[in-house]
Design a protein around this ligand. Sequence first.
Ligand SMILES: NC(=O)c1ccc[n+]([C@@H]2O[C@H](COP(=O)([O-])OP(=O)(O)OC[C@H]3O[C@@H](n4cnc5c(N)ncnc54)[C@H](OP(=O)(O)O)[C@@H]3O)[C@@H](O)[C@H]2O)c1
Length: 274
Amino acid sequence: MRGHRAGTTAGMTAPALPPTTAALPSGAAIPLLGFGTWQLTDRAATDATASALAVGYRHVDTATMYRNEREVGAAVRDSGLARDEVFVTTKLPPDQAGPARSTLEQSLELLGLDHVDLWLIHWPPPADKGLELWRAFLQAQDDGLVRDVGVSNYSLEGLDALTQATGVTPAVNQIKWSPLRFDAALLAGHHDRGVVVEGYSGLKGGTMEQPVVTKIATRIGCSPAQVLVRWQLDHGVVAIPKSANESRIRENADVGAVTLTPEDMAALDALTSS
Ligand SMILES: NC(=O)c1ccc[n+]([C@@H]2O[C@H](COP(=O)([O-])OP(=O)(O)OC[C@H]3O[C@@H](n4cnc5c(N)ncnc54)[C@H](OP(=O)(O)O)[C@@H]3O)[C@@H](O)[C@H]2O)c1
């Protein structure tokens, strides 16, 4: 584990970022807190990503499908941070399963980077295309265009099929994840396979309005979003909250001082059956 602490930029006090990463097969470390960029486009994508990097996020999540790689890449390149200080993920839409390599090359060109830290298959392709695509991912890794390779929206069986065919297990599975979807067996299944879970849309679906969440937030003196980000990090799950708003971008990262008790964790986990 190693820590990331924000520098202080003009007029901004660095929030207390959670100092945790997860190890990936390449030897790289993925920061458990990242910045989601879905639905951020044009100038807003650059501005929000720049704000996130300024307050200390060191991991950004984009995708071919988000149509914002150029804008996200500009913020990364203009941040003043060294390339190896920012973990960059992009994703391949599997309907591009034919020209996977050229789609990656286009992502790199738009991002203005010579490699990404993590390349994900955005969702499972049709069964007859899955292995060919995974092999293209492994080739891109061998060629140094991506450091680690993974998937998104895969089942444990889907992960196993890739491992059995190639001997290489996806480093990461990015899945929809919140207390309303908590599944201890699914988490353990990823852990047993050495697959890092990245959770998305954790603030959506009414989770922030759940009384269990708002009560914990009131007691601790933080926001419901902060409770949800902290819950995810305390499970060792990568959290990638998205916001277009500078103060919420900061708030979502400022969870270093948010302490959840074992009882809080259990109450949040139990929301899945509510
Ligand atoms: N692999 C996949 O299939 C997949 C699917 C979906 C998402 N993702 C990734 O995961 C990231 C996160 O998921 P998401 O964007 O769906 O949802 P999310 O980050 O859980 O929630 C975003 C929503 O919450 C609001 N919000 C953010 N912080 C808040 C706060 N502190 N208080 C109140 N509201 C707040 C945002 O509004 P404002 O912007 O107005 O603050 C936005 O409406 C995406 O951006 C994307 O990178 C991946």
